[in-house]
Structures are given as structure tokens and as C-alpha cells.
Design a binder for this molecule. Sequence first.
Ligand code: ZN
Length: 315
Amino acid sequence: MKYPLFLDPVFKERIWGGTKLRDAFGYALPSERTGECWAVSAHAHGSSAVKTARWQERHLIKYGRITPEVFGFPDGKVFPLLVKLLDANMDLSVQVHPDDDYATLHENGDLGKTECWYIIDCKDDAELILGHHASTKEDFKRLMESGDWNGLLRRIKIKPRRFLYVPSGTLHALCEGTLVLEIQQNSDTTYRVYDYDRCNDQGQKRTLHIEKAMEVITIPHIDKVYAPEVKKVDNAVITAYVQSDYFSVYKWKISGRAVFPSHQTYLLGSVLSGSGRIVNHGIQYECNAGSHFILPAHFGEFSIEGTCELMISHP
Ligand code: ZN
């Protein structure tokens, strides 16, 4: 019998973090500068714990290895995705991630990192950095070395509910006043290009990784935009944001009772707002804003009842 795996997230203190994860989801935060909630994570730098584990080993990173039938992939394969909530109370560093080939070669076999963002909430006039204005590597270096960040960085205005796809190689940064759900490859490799010359409480600047960054940044910038496709099924409005080589991402907006067919891959779910129940074989599993879960592969037909909005992803 298969059942949903509900997860305890891992929180990360960041110099740019705040308290919005508590305000929005009621989490008990470890710090007033909590920047990240690793909601569905099997990464060695912070693995979420399975609340409903029937095994002694509750951490997803190990759990996945002992229960391959949950995930439908053979024992030992790396869990491919990582779901996070991010509270950008201040600007994040301007950064870039490598692709799989580069990371395998230079980062001890870590995966590359293509990611995507769903803007849960943001302040009026919020923006973020996505791409740059340089047309050649020389151009990029010239603007960077002269400190002309305004000339180099491409800023775009954002609004709540916007979805953005950020392929590896894209220069990017979340900016102040933005609450985001991020779905990404299971990787923690970041090359920092610019950190606004900030210092931490000990007066130290964070390390930059200009050399590696210059090897992986896409120049000129290529904008990868997917048009969301919306369809209504029963009592669910389903928005498909992206179906890429790395992940597929959907939003399910449920009002009432919506039935979903059995799926061959596992699904990762995060409840953004409201509350409801997942019902399978007559058993009900409660979920509310801030819940994160995995529905195993071949979970069978199930329904979700209630009024809630969920982000759903799978590899
Ligand atoms: Zn990133």
C-alpha cells in the first residue's frame, strides 16, 4: 500500500533572509534571517525528514535509497530535484550555475542547476535580475571590471504569480521583497559574480567565483520563456508552466473535489495556500499551506478535496 510522504523542511539562515516564511506559512524559524526553506530535499547539505517514515532512517537522502519503489527508480540513483521556498528580504548575490557537464567535471560529480521560480508574493515595483546586456565576453568583462553593474545587469519587473525559467548559464538574482517557490535540479553549486560589496557580521565579504562563472555564463543572454497553459478539469484549474528535460511544473487550484489519475512518476507537492485533503483508497491525508509531500510513483487514482493552491512538479 502506498501513502504520501509528508516532509519536515530544513531552514537556512542567510544574510539576505527575513521572517516571511513564518508570516506566510506559520513555520517556527530558527532565525530572524531565515532565507531558505528546503522543502523537498535529498541533498547532503540539508535533507528533509520524512514525517511518516516507517524506517529508522527518516532523512530523504537515505530513505530514497532504501525505498526505490516509492520513487520508481533503481536503488542508488541520485534524487534529481530540490524544492525550496525563498524569502529575499534583501537582494541576493548575482550568480550563475553550471550545467551537468561542467558540474560533473569541476564539482565532484554534483549535478548542474537549472531552476525556476514561482513568485508567491512580492512588494510593489519588485524586480529581479535575469540575464545581462553584454554581447561578447570582452564586453561582459569590461562592464564588470569598471563596476558598471547598472549597464551590465538586466533587471525585470515582477508581480505575484509570475513564473520564470532560469536555465543553467543564466546570470540571475532575486531582489529585495520577494517570496518565491523554487524548483531546481538537486544541486548546491553556485558561482557568485557580484555581492554588492556586502560584509557579514564578522566584517567579511563572501567569496566570489569569477573565473568559473565566466566559463559558464551564457553570452549573449538567451531568454527562455514558456507560455503557461491553463485548463479546467472538474473542480481544478491546472496551469502547466514548463515541461523541460529537467522538470515539469504545474499549479493546481482546487475548489471542491478534484480527481486525478494514477501517475507513473512520483509527484512533489507544496501547498501554497488554503487547506484540503488528499484521499486515496478511502484514507484521508490532511494538508495545509506550508505542507510539502511526495506522492509515490503508481500511487493510484486519488482526489484532493478542499480549497487550496498547490505547486506540483516531477522529473
Ligand atoms: Zn540560483
